[in-house]
Write a new protein. Structure first.
Length: 452
């Protein structure tokens, strides 16, 4: 076999981290610096993985790449996804708390440090390392293999949307899609020792809702009894005071029962009965933490506010933007209707923007694709408990999920609680040893007899 060492994989990842492919700020054409940065990354990928890039490569969107590796058959095509772009880092990165320069790609004490090591260049690297090593052995995929490497996932860009349209136009219906999402988590559940391979089988929908109140304006010395910002503030207060109803979906029940099977004592006994205690759990979970609340309901985050342009001028318009994550089993229409019913004020204009419905729930149980995922986890992290979950954030895979037979969200990298908190924050890092396991995961998945 030609399996690369974890140390060699780490060197490649560190080199990719040193190319600061910060996600584009807007939907327009790349400026010269951004274009050159992504070109440099593409050059590095071609140098590191020549066998992969010897196949058909197509530009997607502004800097996305779509690679097709022909298989022995094409009736059950597989799509593997990972994105090239990363979130920005403050100029004063030391003040933010970084221990190592974010784009230096430092390898220290068995860890690769830097922006993108977890989100998502680590997964991109182990995916390509696995495929490159298999191709070096003369391997041919059982089915056509498509690699989608987006370049604007962090800014909700159109690479994945374009790719979905391209595949549809060509009559390609993915039998299985795998993108980022869950990970091999430690410390994810109270009382659960060891590792949990948390695999996303769906993800919440997403929509921004803009609230607007018009006012008369004027001088701040003569304010009206009700101002545009005041009316808007009352609406926002009502929204926060009346959250969406909570419900425990089937995926969460399955997750809780699997975790309960590993726990002892009262908590384990409670979780093992999750299917018969949905009502109790729906009432209790939102009180325990924001994460548990997000698991059982549509959430609303007030993210942007705008009013007067000056401190002594009355606002002629006040606006707020709500970022909503739509629970599986609900819909954008239902979620926005709840906001309208709670606000109940004709002076507040409520308009949804950029709606994306919750993704279909992918198969589990004895489905061949799910079984292949579990076997690949077993081959790379043999002690991990594999469990399904609904992804709370948004991934590029949501654009392919409606056309795919099964879409899973999982990066085969170990992430402790501190690492998960460092995604999009300071001190993002990945363990070198885990990179080797990530390669083993993809090799096991791609050579599984279940994907024939």
């Amino acid at each position: 076999m030609t399996v690369p060492s974890a140390e060699a994989v780490a060197e490649h990842l560190a080199a990719l981290v040193r190319i600061p492919t910060v996600t584009p700020k807007d939907a327009g054409p790349h400026d010269a610096v951004t274009a050159a940065t992504f070109t440099a990354l593409h050059d590095a990928l071609r140098a590191f993985y020549p066998r992969v890039f010897a196949h058909e490569v197509e530009d997607i969107g502004r800097a996305g790449l779509l690679v097709r590796i022909p298989g022995a058959a094409a009736d059950r095509p597989v799509v593997l996804m990972a994105h090239q772009d990363v979130v920005p880092v403050p100029a004063d990165w030391e003040a933010e708390g970084w221990e190592h320069e974010p784009f230096a790609g430092a390898i220290v004490d068995g860890w690769v440090h830097g922006r993108g090591t977890l989100d998502d260049k680590g997964a991109l690297t182990v995916m390509l390392e696995a495929i490159e090593s298999l191709l070096a052995e003369g391997w041919t995929p059982a089915q056509d293999l498509h690699l989608l490497m987006g370049a604007d996932e962090e800014s909700y860009g159109d690479c994945a949307i374009t790719a979905a349209s391209v595949l549809t136009e060509r009559g390609i219906v993915p039998w299985m899609v795998l993108d980022e999402g869950g990970a091999v988590a430690t410390g994810a559940f109270p009382g659960l020792d060891g590792e949990a391979a948390v695999i996303g089988v769906s993800e919440k929908g997403i929509v921004d809702v803009r609230l607007t109140v018009e006012g008369l304006g004027g001088h701040a010395s003569t304010p009206p009894r009700e101002s545009a910002p005041g009316i808007l503030a009352n609406a926002l207060a009502r929204i926060e005071a009346h959250p969406h109803p909570a419900a425990v979906n089937d995926v969460s029940v399955e997750m809780l029962e699997l975790v309960g099977g590993r726990l002892r004592g009262p908590l384990g006994a409670l979780l093992r009965r999750a299917s018969s205690l949905r009502g109790v759990l729906a009432r209790v979970m939102p009180r325990l933490s924001p994460e548990l609340a997000a698991m059982v309901r549509t959430t609303v985050a007030i993210t942007q506010l705008e009013g007067s342009p000056a401190h002594n001028v009355l606002a002629t318009r006040a606006t707020a933007v709500l970022n909503m994550r739509i629970a599986v089993g609900s819909s954008v229409e239902e979620a926005v209707a709840h906001i309208r019913a709670v606000v109940k004020d004709g002076r507040v204009e409520i308009e949804p923007e950029l709606p994306s419905e919750p993704s279909p729930v992918s198969p589990r149980g004895d489905d061949a694709r799910w079984a292949a995922m579990l076997e690949a986890v077993g081959a790379s992290y043999p002690d991990a408990l594999a469990i399904p979950y609904v992804m709370l954030a948004a991934s590029d895979s949501r654009h392919l999920a409606p056309m795919s037979g099964a879409t899973y969200r999982f990066a085969p990298l170990r992430m402790a609680k501190a690492q998960r908190e460092a995604v999009h924050g300071p001190n993002e890092k990945v363990e070198v040893e885990s990179l080797g396991r990530g390669v083993a995961f993809y090799r096991a998945l791609l050579t599984s007899d279940r994907l024939t």
